[in-house]
Design a binder for this molecule. Structure first.
Ligand code: HEC
Length: 223
């Protein structure tokens, strides 16, 4: 066989599997795993939208939620959502987001009921996630809303009452506007050298000896 013929055959051999795959493109199978069952998919498909779409059947009152909260949540989050030790605070903090010491809680920060409902449904109680029944979940979320003065003591949370809940910080979120607000930065000829005025050193740790005092007043934060 001449050299050129064997080269042609060799390149055909190399190219043919790729060509065949490109034409038919069957999904590659590794022969492992199995098709997820509807029940398995349902276990993962638990997201809820801000309008309540996807919320499970069930209901729970603030009153029932208090007991569940004290049993299952208060050890970490505090009896009034004020936080025990260093665990996250769930209540108070309104009006602090723009301060030097923002306190992000369900009442001060979360934009929608679905944000808190979904979070608790997915992840709480920490270490024993997804152990609450749907009714318990509705009740404990209702109680957390009540701790934040969003609903009154008589409130019963369910799919039907979902739209009555208005979160205080819903309008605190806006679409990403960096293309406009940082327009000067996002240009085709960005500043790469000496872009900021020189840093002014105001003190040396060796001289100060302690963490410098912050003279701005702390607003609203729980110490
Ligand atoms: C063992 C401690 C513990 C228990 C008990 C617990 N949590 Fe939490 N919780 C946490 C931790 C830790 C986080 C933060 C997790 C993270 O940031 O990844 C958290 C976060 C949260 C948040 C989000 C707070 C935020 O501002 O981001 C909510 C809401 C919440 N928990 C509600 C509950 C509810 C309701 C219960 C009871 C059903 C509960 N937690 C029980 C430890 C706990």
């Amino acid at each position: 066989m001449s050299r050129s013929v064997s080269l042609i055959i060799a390149s055909l051999l190399l190219a043919s599997p790729v060509l065949a795959q490109d034409k038919k493109a069957p999904p590659r199978s590794y022969g492992i795993g199995q098709v997820a069952t509807p029940a398995q998919i349902a276990g993962w498909d638990i997201d809820v939208r801000p309008d309540g779409a996807g919320a499970p059947p069930g209901k729970g009152s603030v009153k029932d939620g208090e007991k569940i909260y004290l049993d299952r949540c208060a050890a970490c989050h505090g009896e009034f959502g004020e936080s025990a030790g260093r665990w996250p605070q769930l209540a108070q903090g309104k009006g602090t987001l723009a301060s030097n010491d923002p306190v992000k809680t369900v009442g001060s920060y979360f934009p929608y009921l679905s944000s808190v409902f979904d979070y608790v449904r997915r992840a709480m109680p920490f270490g024993d996630a997804q152990s609450l029944s749907n009714d318990e979940l509705y009740a404990v979320v209702a109680f957390v809303l009540n701790l934040n003065d969003i609903v009154d003591d008589k409130f019963v949370l369910s799919k039907e009452t979902w739209s009555q809940v208005k979160m205080p910080n819903e309008n605190g979120f806006y679409d990403d506007d960096r293309e406009k607000s940082e327009k000067a930065f996002w240009n085709s000829n960005p500043c790469m050298k000496d872009c900021r005025p020189p840093v002014k050193i105001t003190g040396h740790a060796a001289v100060i000896d302690v963490t410098p005092e912050d003279k701005t007043p702390r607003k609203g934060g729980v110490e």
